[in-house]
Design a protein around this ligand. Structure first.
Ligand code: SF4
Length: 289
């Protein structure tokens, strides 16, 4: 199999477009598309202080690597140690090494120190809900402390379509709306997702071609409802190459309608003062339980 653009062997056949890429042309295409996504969505402006939520996995390392190529921004990395034995130590090691090699300041914040409890201590019960809510809080707190204007995450196209479908299935219009990164409170640092148009398979290949990275998955991932949604979308994609892009485009067409959907105003949590739609925020609620 030859590359469409030169005589070299192809390393990737993109089923949804039929194109074939050699290593160099794949890397060139990938970097170009991510930079175009950042520009098209107005994600980052020159001179901004930008953080990357760094897990040490393929997605966040790729996002950090590409943002590090942008001139005129100040770049920081924030890693969260949720306390997941046998998994998080490995990815944090990768994160530390990558930041050291590339001279990027890294802050590591732990659940144990911040909340006195780790994900492992939830005994696996609702681990992902506990983890997701508390991690978002720590990332936002650290981003504010570092005075960041934007916080980039490594979410790829697959993550995006899974989140869209998950919220469709649950009928959760509020969360569906929030996926668009609309900033609902001055207390939230705006999130951006430079890889949101890159399929997970392509991010994985880019990482393999560029970094020495561990591909192990969090032990709690297989038990989540989201995994069922992921498998469902991947099955659809097998017979309908490009369906993930259709799901994303459909969601973007819905956005203007979601924008007019009545939402509760945010107020300050009675316990910690962070924004919430109820009296007590999710973080305080989970910690109380
Ligand atoms: Fe946290 Fe669940 Fe992700 Fe593991 S799979 S890091 S527990 S949200």
């Amino acid at each position: 199999m030859r590359c469409d653009r030169c005589d070299n062997n192809a390393v990737y056949h993109r089923r949804y477009s039929g194109q074939k890429f050699c290593k160099d042309h794949f890397i060139g295409y990938f970097e170009e598309k991510v930079k175009r996504t950042i520009k098209n969505y107005g994600m980052i402006e020159p001179g901004e202080r930008v953080g990357v939520a760094l897990s040490g996995g393929k997605d966040s390392i790729t996002a950090l690597y590409l943002l590090n190529q942008l001139n005129d921004i100040e770049l920081f990395a924030i890693a969260i140690d949720e306390g997941i034995e046998g998994y998080r130590e490995k990815t944090l090691k990768t994160a530390r090494e990558f930041c050291k090699e590339n001279d990027i300041p890294l802050s590591i914040v732990s659940f144990a120190k911040s909340f006195g409890k780790t994900v492992d201590e939830t005994s696996g019960k609702n681990a992902c809900s506990f983890c997701g809510v508390l991690r978002r809080r720590l990332l936002n707190d650290k981003a504010k402390e570092l005075k960041l204007e934007k916080l980039a995450t490594g979410h790829n196209l697959d993550d995006e379509t899974q989140a869209i479908m998950l919220n469709y299935v649950r009928g959760d219009l509020d969360r569906l709306y929030r996926l668009s990164n609309t900033k609902r409170s001055e207390k939230f640092v705006r999130r951006v997702k430079p890889l949101q148009e890159m399929p997970e398979k392509e991010v994985g290949l880019f990482a393999i071609l560029n970094f020495d990275i561990d591909f192990s998955e969090c032990p709690y991932a297989s038990s989540s409802f989201r995994t069922g949604i992921r498998d469902f979308i991947n099955d659809l994609e097998k017979d309908n190459p490009g369906i993930k892009f259709s799901i994303q485009r459909g969601y973007q067409k819905l956005m203007p309608y979601l924008d007019s959907y009545p939402r509760k105003d945010l107020k300050d949590c009675q316990l910690c003062g962070e924004p919430t739609s109820g009296d007590i925020c999710k973080v305080c609620d989970l910690l109380k339980k």
